[in-house]
Write a protein that binds this ligand. Structure first.
Ligand SMILES: [Mg+2]
Length: 462
């Protein structure tokens, strides 16, 4: 068990002692459904079982598979393989258009079945979730029996086509890493005594919480493999990450339980798979901005403020880039857009070489650090704000709220203009938007990703 440092290092900025508690035994079961979208297709269409199946996000040969069944993989077909290429590699392949509503429906059935065995701790995405074992279930043999009962229950009560990999470990992060070890249909136990050696060959960027930016900073500190990462001190992790997230990561990695922050709604955001016409960086940026404007409108609808923005970009055929920016609590879409554009600039600079081919697979934007007006955290934050900025921010937020109202109910506002309304503004144009965003309707912008919550690397740390 690692040494807990001086208690002062465990206090947050308000002086509260943070709770990192050492965990005894296998406290978490993490489940990851294998090739989930393809699995649901095989579940619904028994004739597809045992056959190569891919799921396409759109009805187009130019898009890439968003899931590939394990039977498709010996052909060299995986998530990200172009549909037309998959047909060449395996002429017999079944190409199924995505049915995200159905994937969410089946997700609910799966969660309900597992909840007959264990309480749900957290849903990470439509095909990943963590469950909590009671104190009496955490011993290895018992935990394995519980996991086997979960697998049996899923096969018998939902369906055998939906296979999963389960990890059992002292923390959610370790349980997730354990689940990754054996696919498909794995059941892997990871105890503290197995570490670091049993993960020694795991690439650092495979670990949730180690994005490309953190990996680069780790490399600059001479940390290039799991064992070296394991051996750093929590303080050092904090310094390398540049935030308390590093310390949280360290504790989860070493099997400590890390309390979730108490916010009910912790983030608001949207995600899109990019169709061909939006996969060039400039087009993708407009999509990201539209997603952000939509998230910001929801933020104001909930009377909330956000203090950071994250942007993640998936590249084709694989890889990705993610970044987050902090700012004073705000509702101002202009501030958010500026922050997004800054990050987009960094992305372009950082990935200039890869972007020569210029193909982006998807974009996700999230507003984080949410709080309501009147929350202590907002008031605290105000102390650090420059008065001019605060004033301007408030006025701009009011402007955006007015725009939200018009967009939500165009008729009520334009009614005041009397009957000239119909002459000057046909219904489809009674929307207020930024000129740069004109002509982009998110409802027609390719497939939504069927994540009830999009898996965010950072989520594993809270
Ligand atoms: Mg999966």
């Amino acid at each position: 068990m690692p040494q807990v440092e001086n208690i002062d290092s465990l206090r947050d900025r308000s002086g509260n002692v943070k709770s990192y508690r050492p965990v005894d035994g296998l406290a978490y079961l993490f489940i990851d459904f294998n090739a989930y979208f393809a699995g649901v297709e095989q579940h619904d269409y028994p004739e597809l079982r045992g056959r190569p199946v891919i799921v396409s996000p759109l009805k187009s040969e130019h898009t890439s598979a968003i899931a590939a069944s394990y039977e498709a993989r010996p052909f060299g077909i995986r998530r990200g393989t172009k549909i037309s290429e998959a047909r060449e590699l395996c002429p017999d392949i079944a190409v199924m258009p995505a049915r995200h509503d159905r994937y969410v429906q089946v997700h609910k059935l799966l969660m309900a079945e597992i909840e007959r065995h264990l309480p749900l701790e957290k849903v990470y995405s439509v095909d990943e979730a963590a469950f909590r074992l009671s104190r009496s279930e955490r011993e290895k043999e018992k935990a394995i029996r519980t996991a086997e009962a979960v697998k049996r229950g899923l096969a018998e009560n939902v369906g055998p086509a939906l296979r999963s990999s389960i990890g059992l470990a002292p923390s959610r992060l370790l349980a997730k890493l354990a689940a990754e070890r054996v696919k498909p249909d794995g059941l892997t136990v990871l105890e503290l005594q197995d570490l670091p050696h049993s993960l020694a060959n795991m690439p650092l960027t495979d670990i949730p919480g180690v994005g490309s930016g953190v990996a680069a900073r780790l490399a600059r500190s001479g940390i290039t493999d799991f064992t070296a990462l394991w051996n750093i001190e929590p303080k050092r992790a904090r310094a390398i990450w540049g935030s308390v997230q590093g310390e949280r990561f360290w504790y989860q990695l070493h099997g400590f339980e890390v309390d979730e922050p108490p916010t009910k709604k912790s983030m608001i955001g949207h995600s899109r798979v990019l169709s061909r016409e939006h996969e060039a960086p400039n087009e993708a940026r407009i999509v990201a901005r539209a997603l952000l404007l939509k998230a910001a409108s929801r933020l104001r609808h909930y009377h909330m403020f956000a203090s950071s923005l994250s942007l993640s970009i998936r590249l084709r055929p694989d890889g990705g880039w993610a970044k987050a920016r902090r700012f004073s609590h705000s509702q101002d879409s202009y501030l958010f857009l500026k922050s997004l554009d800054d990050m987009w600039g960094e992305f372009l600079a950082y990935r200039r070489k890869e972007l020569a081919a210029g193909r982006l697979g998807g974009v996700t934007v999230y507003l984080h650090g949410l709080s309501k007006a009147g929350d202590a955290s907002v008031e605290q934050f105000d102390l650090f704000e420059e008065p001019e900025l605060k004033h301007g921010d408030g006025r701009r937020a009011a402007l955006w709220r007015a725009i939200d109202q018009i967009n939500a109910d165009p008729d009520s506002k334009f009614r005041r203009l009397g009957n000239i309304r119909d002459n000057i503004l046909p219904p489809a144009h009674r929307h207020v938007m930024l000129a740069s965003q004109a002509g982009l309707d998110l409802n027609y912008l390719g497939a939504k990703i069927a994540f009830s919550r999009v898996p965010e690397e950072a989520e594993f740390l809270y």
